[in-house]
Design a protein around this ligand. Structure first.
Ligand code: FAD
Ligand code: 2HG
Ligand code: ZN
Length: 471
């Protein structure tokens, strides 16, 4: 657990009383554990993040079912100066979903109703606490798919995805949440319900306020409802796993994949050899993909609607990259079982790294020409003090740099080997210190590495105008 001792609780925020709990009981219609949690053991899972790196000390989780209840809770907390942290599936990787001190946790878990689906426009409207995988299954049954997919799909909420502007493995094909969310209903800090829950594709009437909530990580309001445009679910899916010798080959393959696969390209992911080793060590069903080990692996997925046409396109592409000596080994999966085996190698990296010890995570956007250099630089810098891995959404210019130490404890002393160096390096490359995971607690003091003073000032003004009580 990271030590929070360098920040101090602001004493202008109140401390929870029995009177407050009684008031919340009235709003929620009861105090059983499906509506609020006060039991110490049960609170544990809400106070601690997915990585078990950040831990708060809240004594209350509120689980509203309706927007009206959220509004009443926020209005009361605003008057009483009680601090709140919204929590979705609690899969965030930057410590934003858990309290720092004794903030009340507002869990959206019970707000999980899917309200409507239009099979002409493909627009689905649901409450923000819908689990991504549940929404995906609902849409699949109707021949549609969520334009977003990530390893945490079994737990993360669609509202959490909007709040973090989650990227994931389909961004390359469908774009970000900013492109796919048509409407948002959110509750502001004072309890005002902001109905921006449009289902229109086009609407140029004034500022598009819903975008303020996308990616603002709960700092501007609680997302309660969301409307997303969903595409038809592709019927023909293929996945190729390739082994490469160096990162330059990956770059050449990416250029060719974009040109030759065009509209059927749906994912382009890479991982280096240490990632595969972590997965093989910690996932009992994962298999070594090829006879020989290689320094790099690329996973390419195509998704379309014409099996024969898609297969021909992919085969021509694979022949081309092999004839140009861009790959050491390759394998193609066309059936569900083999496809999920390949995806497992990629999607369980995070979990496997987590099982091996303390992991220092960096989620960077970097120019493709120097994309992998930071991994090599860090290896050189840290030598045998840590294992440095690189993987991620290379098709979107997003590197996941992970630095693992076998010790379970996060150490400030070890951290000084990495930070601020990684952030300075990224800033010099004109990259981003948070490509998709957000700022959370982890990077609040680091925003200036990616944003100008004027941008930060404007963000503060927006925050202040929407939530003046924050101190
Ligand atoms: P939480 O973790 O509960 O919250 C995240 C932030 O959003 C917090 O600041 C919280 O206060 C706020 N928040 C949550 N719900 C609301 C709401 N309704 N209204 C307002 N604010 C809210 N991320 C990616 O971008 N791409 C990936 O590929 C990816 N893969 C992952 C794989 C694994 C195995 C894991 C564990 C995580 C991964 N993540 C990834 C990170 C994480 O899953 C995403 O950030 C996700 O969008 C968080 O959703 P959540 O519901 O769990 O939100
Ligand atoms: C992924 O792409 C997630 O798998 C997690 O964004 C990345 O663990 C990480 O660093
Ligand atoms: Zn990612």
């Amino acid at each position: 657990v990271v030590s929070m001792s360098n920040i101090k609780r602001n004493d202008e925020f109140s401390t929870l009383t029995n009177q407050d709990i009684k008031h919340f009981k009235d709003i929620l219609g009861g105090d059983d554990s499906s509506r609020m949690i006060t039991d110490k053991d049960e609170l544990e899972g809400f106070n601690q993040d997915w990585m078990k790196k950040y831990k708060g000390n809240s004594s209350l989780v509120l689980k509203p079912k309706t927007t009206d209840q959220v509004s009443k809770i926020l209005s009361y907390c605003n008057q009483k100066k009680l601090a709140i942290v919204p929590q979705g599936g609690n899969t965030g990787l930057v410590g934003g979903s858990v309290p720092l001190f004794d903030e009340i946790i507002l869990s959206l878990t019970n707000m999980n109703q899917i309200e409507s689906f239009d099979d002409v426009t493909g627009v689905v409207t649901c409450q923000s606490g819908c689990v991504l995988e549940t929404l995906e299954s609902y849409l699949n049954a109707k021949g549609f798919t969520v334009p977003l997919d990530l390893g945490a799909k079994g737990s993360c909420h669609i509202g959490g995805n909007a709040a973090t502007n989650a990227g994931g493995i389909r961004l390359l094909r469908y774009g970000s949440m900013h492109s796919n969310v048509l409407g948002i209903e959110a509750v502001l800090a004072d309890g005002t319900i902001m109905d921006c829950n449009s289902t229109l594709r086009k609407d140029n009437t004034g500022y598009d306020l819903k975008h303020l909530f996308i990616g603002s990580e709960g700092t501007l309001g609680v997302i309660t409802k969301i409307s997303i445009i969903t595409p038809p679910k592709p019927t023909s899916v293929n996945v190729a796993l390739l082994a490469c010798n160096d990162f330059n080959q990956i770059k050449q393959i990416l250029i060719k994949a974009k040109k030759q696969l065009g509209d059927i390209l749906s994912a382009f992911e890479f991982m280096d050899r240490p990632c595969i080793d972590y997965v093989l060590d910690h996932q009992s069903t994962a298999k070594e993909p090829f006879d020989k080990k290689s320094p790099f692996y690329v996973l390419i997925e195509t998704s379309g609607f014409h099996e024969q046409h898609d297969a021909e396109k992919l085969n021509a592409f694979l022949e081309n990259i092999m004839s140009e000596d861009l790959v050491l080994d390759g394998s193609l999966a066309t059936d569900t079982k083999n496809i999920s085996q390949f995806w497992k190698l990629r999607e369980t990296i995070t979990e496997s790294l987590g099982k091996a010890g303390a992991v220092y995570k960096y989620d960077l956007s970097l120019p493709i020409d120097t994309f992998y250099s930071i991994v090599e630089v860090m290896r050189e810098k840290l030598k045998d003090k840590a294992v440095v891995t690189g993987f991620g959404h290379v098709g979107d210019g997003n590197l996941h740099l992970n630095i693992s130490t076998p010790k379970q404890k996060y150490s400030k002393e070890f951290l000084s080997n990495i930070e601020p160096f990684v952030y300075e390096y990224t800033s010099q490359q004109k990259g981003s210190i948070s490509a998709e995971h957000g700022i959370g607690y982890m990077k609040t003091g680091q925003l200036h590495f990616s944003k100008s003073p004027a941008s930060i000032q404007l963000m503060k003004l927006i925050k202040n105008s929407m939530d003046p009580n924050v101190l």
